[in-house]
Design a protein around this ligand. Sequence first.
Ligand SMILES: CC(C)(COP(=O)(O)OP(=O)(O)OC[C@H]1O[C@@H](n2cnc3c(N)ncnc32)[C@H](O)[C@@H]1OP(=O)(O)O)[C@@H](O)C(=O)NCCC(=O)NCCS
Length: 195
Amino acid sequence: MFLKGVLNKILQWPRLLKYRMLSTATISGSKPRINQPVLFNGVGQIFCGNNVSFGVGASPSFFSQYGYLEVRHTSAHITIGDNVAINNNCCFISNGAGITIGDYCCLGVNVTILDSDFHSLDPVARLNKRPGMNKAVIIGANVFIGNNVLILKGATIGDNSVVAAGSVVSKDIPSNVIAAGNPCEIKRELGPMES
Ligand SMILES: CC(C)(COP(=O)(O)OP(=O)(O)OC[C@H]1O[C@@H](n2cnc3c(N)ncnc32)[C@H](O)[C@@H]1OP(=O)(O)O)[C@@H](O)C(=O)NCCC(=O)NCCS
C-alpha cells in the first residue's frame, strides 16, 4: 500500500509539473492539494479556501486525464470554499458571471460547471461571434455532486443537497434534497437519518 502510494507520486509528478508549467492563471487564497494534474487558464480570479483537493488516485482517469479551470475574462471568477474535495477530470469554466462552490462540497468524477452559453443563441449573432449569456452558478455548502454531472449557467444548488450521477442542472435546486435527471429535478427531501 505504502509502495503503491510512492509509485503513484513518482509516476504522476512529471504530469503535475507539465500542467503547472502550462497553466496561465494564478490562484489566490490557499494552495490546493493537486493530486491529478489541473490546467488553470485565463486572466480572471481563481480563489481556493483551505484544504481544497483536486484528483483522487483511486478513481478513474487519474493517470490519463486532467482537470481544467478557466477564468476567461478579467471579470470571470471561480471561488472554491474550505474543505472541498474535487475528483478527477473536473471542468469549470467562467466567462464572467462567476462560479461559487461552498465549503465542504464533494464532487465526483467528470463534473462540469459552466457560467455561460459561450455562443449567442441568435443564429446571425452567432455567425458574427457574439458571445452567449452569462449567469452565475452558486453551489451551497456540503453539497454532494455525483459523477458525470453537468451544471449550467444560472443554476443554484442549496446547502446539503445531493445531485445524482449523470444529472444536468439547469435551474435551481433547493437545500436538503436529492435531485436527479436531465433536467435535474427534486426526487425527495433528505431525512434526518440518511445513511
Ligand atoms: C442519488 C443517489 C445518491 C441515490 O439516492 P437514493 O435516495 O438512495 O436513491 P433512490 O434509489 O431512493 O432514488 C430516488 C429517486 O431518484 C432516482 N435516481 C437516483 N439516482 C439517479 C440518477 N443518477 N439519475 C436519475 N435518477 C436517479 C431514482 O430512480 C428514484 O426515482 P423515483 O423516486 O422516481 O423512483 C445515487 O443514485 C447517486 O447518484 N449517487 C452518486 C454516486 C456517485 O457518483 N458518487 C461519486 C463517486 S466519487
